[in-house]
Write a protein that binds this ligand. Structure first.
Ligand code: NAP
Length: 248
């Protein structure tokens, strides 16, 4: 028996990187997959085909995670198409790294909207079908930067720290309805988001990783699978660091 048989997962930012890794991992375990993206139409169509080739129902939705009305529309569309939402992964995110002296209001707002408001937007929508089903698992992508901070990433770190406070509060609000809410705090995972660091300052991170390597999207997807599945039925309000020991 696969771990996510008969479940529907909604994953934001599924067209690339960690979101794509989670979509593939969940599909391998039997879940139907609804995923979102912002502009990568071709990658989204390719992922739909890949997921379908694994024998599951899959659909990509172009939907801006930072816009409340878009999240409302998305949740309605997914419930209409898939019947319910059992698992929600708030993964969509961006980084706009800059020292505070140079960080503009626009950059601050952009990061907070895409990374933090997005989590409010969609969580508020998915708890309705989950309450009806009296079960659900919400997984939010934070970062170890949200725990430790990082010079040059104040907006990003604030958004990721905000996700942790939100996750713990929501876990307390909806635990009695058998809906769980947890966060994953990845370290340095090899994706487009971190690609530019590998050309420059990657070494300073690398030296701080006890397991001696950068993370792969599959490392994060494995933690997401645990939190999505019944393997973690007694786990809520927690932050799991997937960072090769960086946050120790
Ligand atoms: P990525 O490779 O840059 O991919 C980002 C994904 O999010 C893409 O699918 C992108 O869609 C989507 N997206 C961005 N803004 C969106 C919006 N407003 N609405 C809908 N979709 C949007 O990023 P990643 O490295 O996989 O990161 C995924 C999550 O993990 C993020 O929340 C990130 O902060 C977190 N994280 C990553 C790392 C790391 O080392 N990579 C570490 C800690 C935490 P398009 O393809 O259409 O642009």
């Amino acid at each position: 028996m696969r771990l996510l048989e008969n479940k529907t997962a909604l994953i934001t930012g599924g067209s690339r990187g960690i979101g794509e890794g989670i979509a593939l991992k969940f599909a391998e375990q039997g879940a139907s997959i609804a995923f979102t993206y912002l502009s990568s139409d071709e990658k989204a169509r390719a992922l739909e085909a890949k997921l379908e080739s694994l024998g599951v129902k899959a659909k990509g939705y172009k939907s801006d995670a930072g816009i409340y009305a878009a999240a409302e529309q998305l949740a309605n569309d997914v419930v209409k198409e898939f019947g319910t939402i059992d698992i929600c992964v708030n993964n969509a995110g961006i980084s706009r790294d800059n020292l505070l002296l140079r960080l503009t209001q626009e950059q601050w707002d952009e990061v907070i909207q895409a990374n933090l408001k997005s989590v409010y937007n969609l969580t508020k929508q998915v708890i309705r079908p989950m309450m009806k089903a009296r079960s659900g698992s919400i997984i939010n992508l934070s970062s170890i930067v949200g725990i430790k901070g990082n010079g040059g990433q104040s907006a990003y770190a604030a958004s990721k720290a905000g996700i942790i406070g939100f996750t713990k509060s929501i876990a307390q609000e909806i635990g009695s309805r058998n809906i769980r809410c947890n966060a994953i705090a990845p370290g340095f995972i090899e994706t487009d988001m971190t690609h530019y660091l590998k050309d420059g300052g990657a070494e300073k991170w690398f030296e701080k990783i006890p397991l001696g390597r950068f993370g792969k999207t599959e490392d994060v997807a494995n933690a997401a699978l645990y939190l999505a599945s019944d393997m973690s039925l007694y786990v809520t309000g927690q932050v799991i660091s997937v960072c090769g020991g960086m946050n120790t």
